[in-house]
Design a protein around this ligand. Structure first.
Ligand SMILES: Cc1cc2nc3c(=O)[nH]c(=O)nc-3n(C[C@H](O)[C@H](O)[C@H](O)COP(=O)(O)O)c2cc1C
Length: 366
């Protein structure tokens, strides 16, 4: 058996995780009408049985008609959907793991014509989807307040279903990240202006979710510097600005930061060896999750551009950084799609048996 630090337990608020490994949120487009696929419980349970201590679900659209931007993503809006989620939660718990629901609003990525109501446009801070295009709807103050309440209500629904927590998706250029990013947030009220004001929407959401759920329920937030509209874009250009931004988010009391990067081993700035999760932990003292090409020799950027095959890559540096307490938990994405038993194989020192990743594992549902 391995002596890897990945297999020590970790307590997040009052929740004990059996190890440091999380399944990264991964959209699967297998949920027609927002109802998780009938095999979803087995899909998630397979990763839990394969040794993952914490499952973070695929992005789950929050309960507003504008939240959806892609086909067949799940939500929490119907009795049928909630029933399936209950089965999923039970299946993961039965396997001895914990599960968080990722709450997602795509913001301006949504186009007119999409379900559930084709007339609803993309909702954004200022109508911008990227620096150039002003084609979406700029949210009114009332709509912002309504959206914050929906996040809070959906968190409560998640708690009632039996989830151990929620992860607010504040990354990758979707709605919350569109508030963070100066190119898409040109508001002049309390939700726009300097970086701290652009973080207010996220703070109000985290705060509302914490207030609307019980003390033991976990509420965390996922953030990234990169955006799908621009992989070189940044929320903060230097460590001082990033620290101020993180401290502002921390003031809303998130239980964790999930810091999304493409390659976990890359320092966020030249002035420090720490990655984004490392800086977030050092500055805020709040537990962090790192992610990005763990156990793989390529990042996900070319997944749909013909260069999707990735093979196993050593995790020694990851283990060293974890031993140095740079971050607390590690999320695994693609490697878990191709090999649900990835964690057990790592623990048993059977890396050579790990199934290599390619795009077919995204297209099929196992
Ligand atoms: C098929 C696929 C779907 C994804 N869907 C989501 C999602 O719903 N929410 C999210 O925050 N990130 C999503 N991501 C990003 C992953 O959570 C993760 O950050 C990324 O794949 C990097 O980890 P990896 O290198 O281990 O794959 C997705 C990635 C993939 C490959």
């Amino acid at each position: 058996m391995s002596s890897s630090p990945l297999f020590s337990n970790f307590t997040l608020k009052n929740l004990t995780l059996k190890n440091r490994l999380a399944m990264a949120p991964m959209t699967r487009n297998f949920s027609p009408n927002g109802i998780p696929h009938k095999d979803a419980a087995k899909y998630y349970q397979r990763r839990a049985l394969g040794g993952i201590g914490l499952v973070i679900t695929e992005g789950v659209e929050i309960s507003h008609d504008s939240s959806s931007g892609y086909p067949n993503c799940p939500n929490l809006r119907t009795v049928e959907a909630r029933k399936e989620w209950k089965k999923i939660v039970q299946a993961v718990h039965d396997a001895g793991s914990k599960i968080f629901c990722q709450l997602w609003h795509v913001g301006g990525i949504r186009k007119l014509g999409l379900p559930p109501n084709p007339e609803i446009p993309g909702f954004t801070p200022s109508g911008y989807v990227n620096a150039k295009k002003q084609v979406a709807h700029a949210m009114t103050l009332d709509e912002i307040h309504e959206m914050i309440k929906i996040y809070a209500d959906d968190s409560k629904i998640c708690e009632d279903i039996g989830f151990d927590g929620v992860e607010i998706h504040g990354a990758h250029g979707y709605l919350i990240d569109q508030f963070f990013w100066k190119d898409t947030n040109k508001r002049e009220d309390q939700y726009g202006g300097n970086l701290l004001k652009r973080a207010q929407f996220a703070c109000d959401i985290v705060d509302a979710c914490q207030t609307n759920t019980s003390r033991d329920f976990i509420v965390g937030i996922r953030i990234s510097q990169w955006k799908q509209q621009d992989y070189d874009a940044k929320i903060a250009d230097n460590i001082e600005n990033l620290s101020e931004f993180l401290l502002k988010l921390a003031s809303s009391n998130p239980d964790f930061f999930h810091c999304s990067t493409r390659r976990y081993w890359e320092p966020e700035f030249t002035s420090s060896s720490l990655n984004l999760a490392g800086i977030a932990k050092e500055v805020t003292k709040i537990p962090t999750i790192t992610v990005g090409s763990v156990g793989l020799n390529k990042d996900f950027i070319n997944l749909y551009a013909g260069d999707d095959e990735a093979s196993f890559s050593t995790i020694e540096e990851l283990e060293n950084r974890l031993r140095n307490k740079e971050f607390d938990l590690v999320a695994i994405g693609r490697a878990l799609l191709s090999d649900p038993n990835w964690a057990n194989k790592i623990q048993a020192n059977k890396e050579n048996e790990i199934q290599q990743f390619n795009k077919s594992y995204v297209e099929n549902y196992y």
